[in-house]
Design a binder for this molecule. Structure first.
Ligand code: FAD
Ligand code: AMP
Length: 480
């Protein structure tokens, strides 16, 4: 007899573990299958996000930021630190401890919520049956009324830069360097490339980012993207657009990278380490039996509708393995939606309001439509931009780079998007996301009382600027 559950979740990344916890909260008998193992071969939860993604990258970003502050920024405050050094193995050990703490936390949450945590590989069979291969190789069959697929994503590999985990690494390897490479190449100036490039640049690497596209952060509002590029370049990141990598040759401890530059000329550059960060692809290897009824789309994503139902009845899919931005919180919200739908509730997920953050310093954050998207949609809009240099708190904190840009409908004044490069952008954009969820106008935000002095005053001023009412700068257009 196979063990029967109400819900089986395959994958315990931020999509899967949240779905499992919510399902169990709703009284459903739930199991979550996870194949990830730590270096000692022990099963661990948390997926990419906790083990090799969001959390470890932020741990290293914070360590490297503190190092940079102590070395270069504190003297301006009259603080002398003497010689500042970095112990890379100690920094990596701290990061590993944080990862262990966070993934252990999920095991605790599973226990508290009575989710059965099964370590091993799950394969969906026909009829909502799941073949489970435990870490010790034992195979059993489980069944469920509903199966949620949350198998996530893995880094895209490119044949011209094969990862050897010595000189050429992917985003996972870039979290494990044992010393600061003198010359660091990054293929792909996207979100992950910029974050990892920033870590090692702050610690002293000379970083070159080679980006195939001719526009920087093409999916972002281009005014904010331009400002971001200016700030990151000032910090020492050498970002080269229209540069497509065509080949690599590892020679001992270094790698020679060949690329075509903006003029189509062939160039070479030699690095001590090369990080390949050209995107992520959905992971479904070994997940689906031929007759399980789940279809993939042309990009290899599991095909789902707006409610995350797959083409097989009772089978759902969430997170990086389905369409939409590859972001931890997007998958988590899908997990909640699906668990609640299984329990008979009728929640919907607002895909138009999903914040997106790049954790460089300063941070870059956005929610809603960009100016380019509004133009393409033919939507009439007003724009308000406010620079942090006119915000007292930002000047006092030496964090005056960047700006807030707010976009609102020209007729209704409803906020359609907000894009920020500047201090605490990740948290500031969240306040606008809440306002947008409630259908707020720019005037509503402008009328809200903001504490002083705070970075958030830039949000209020940008909202006021939408209608020409900003107080702490001259307005481009004035309205009464
Ligand atoms: P995953 O986290 O990939 O988890 C899927 C899990 O399923 C894995 O544990 C895998 O082992 C397991 N699995 C797969 N197949 C099977 C199977 N057949 N049986 C059992 N288990 C299986 N996103 C953000 O929102 N903010 C950030 O700051 C951020 N930073 C990032 C930094 C880096 C360096 C990277 C690489 C990613 C970052 N991301 C960030 C992206 C984020 O990590 C992903 O969007 C998120 O982890 C996706 O969640 P998921 O649950 O869909 O999949
Ligand atoms: P993201 O999708 O945010 O992870 O960013 C990945 C980036 O890598 C994109 O901006 C791509 O344009 C870029 N990219 C992909 N292939 C290459 C290549 N061969 N050379 C340089 N950049 C690349």
């Amino acid at each position: 007899m196979s063990e029967k559950y109400d819900v089986i979740v395959i994958g315990s990344g931020p999509a899967g573990y949240v779905a499992a916890i919510r399902a169990a909260q709703l009284g459903l008998k739930t199991a979550c299958i996870e194949k990830w193992q730590d270096s000692a071969g022990k099963g661990v939860n948390g997926g990419t996000c906790l083990n090799v993604g969001c959390i470890p990258s932020k741990a290293l970003l914070d360590s490297s930021h503190k190092y940079h502050d102590a070395k270069d920024a504190m003297s301006g405050h009259g603080i002398s630190t003497g010689t500042v050094t970095i112990d890379v193995p100690a920094m990596i050990k701290r990061k590993d401890k944080i990862v262990k703490q966070m993934s252990g936390g999920i095991a605790g949450l599973f226990k508290a919520n009575k989710v059965s945590s099964l370590y091993g590989t799950g394969k969906l069979l026909a009829g909502r049956k799941v073949e489970f291969t435990a870490l010790d190789g034992a195979v059993s069959e489980l069944e469920a009324d509903n199966v949620i697929l949350a198998s996530g994503s893995v880094p895209v590999a490119i044949p011209m830069a094969p990862v050897d985990n010595e000189v050429i690494v992917d985003s996972t390897g870039a979290l494990e360097f044992d010393s600061v490479p003198e010359r660091l190449g990054v293929i792909g100036a996207g979100v992950i490339g910029l974050e990892l490039g920033s870590v090692w640049s702050r610690l002293g690497s000379k970083v070159v980012c080679l980006e195939a596209m001719d526009s920087f952060l093409a999916m972002m509002d281009q005014q904010i993207a331009k400002e971001t590029k200016k700030i990151l370049t000032k910090q020492g990141l050498d970002i080269r657009l229209s540069c497509r990598v065509t080949g690599t040759e590892v020679k001992g401890k270094e790698v020679v990278v060949t690329y075509t530059d903006v003029d189509g000329k062939e160039q070479t550059e030699t690095f001590d380490k090369l990080i390949v960060c050209v995107g992520r692809r959905p992971f479904t290897e070994g997940l689906l039996s031929g007759d399980c009824g789940v279809n993939l789309d042309e990009r290899g994503l599991i095909y789902v509708n707006d409610l995350c139902s797959t083409s097989a009845p009772g089978v759902w899919a969430i997170g990086d393995v389905v369409r939409g931005p590859m972001l931890a919180h997007k998958g988590s919200e899908e997990g909640v939606m699906v668990a609640e739908r299984i329990a008979g509730q009728k929640p919907l997920l607002n895909y138009d309001i999903i914040p997106n953050v790049i954790y460089t310093h300063p941070e870059v954050a956005s929610v809603g439509k960009t100016e380019e998207q509004l133009k393409a949609d033919g939507e009439p809009y007003n724009v308000g931009v406010f620079p942090f240099v006119a915000i007292g708190r930002a000047v006092a904190a030496d964090e005056a780079d960047g700006m807030v840009k707010m976009l609102a409908h020209a007729e209704t004044d409803r906020v359609l998007g907000c894009h920020i490069v500047g201090p605490s952008a990740s948290d500031l954009v969240q306040s606008v996301a809440i306002a947008m969820e409630f259908g707020s106008s720019a005037e509503d935000i402008g009328m809200t009382v903001f504490g002083h002095p705070t970075f958030s005053e830039a949000v209020k001023e940008a909202a006021l600027a939408v209608n020409g009412h900003a107080i702490h700068m001259p307005n481009r257009k004035r309205k009464k």
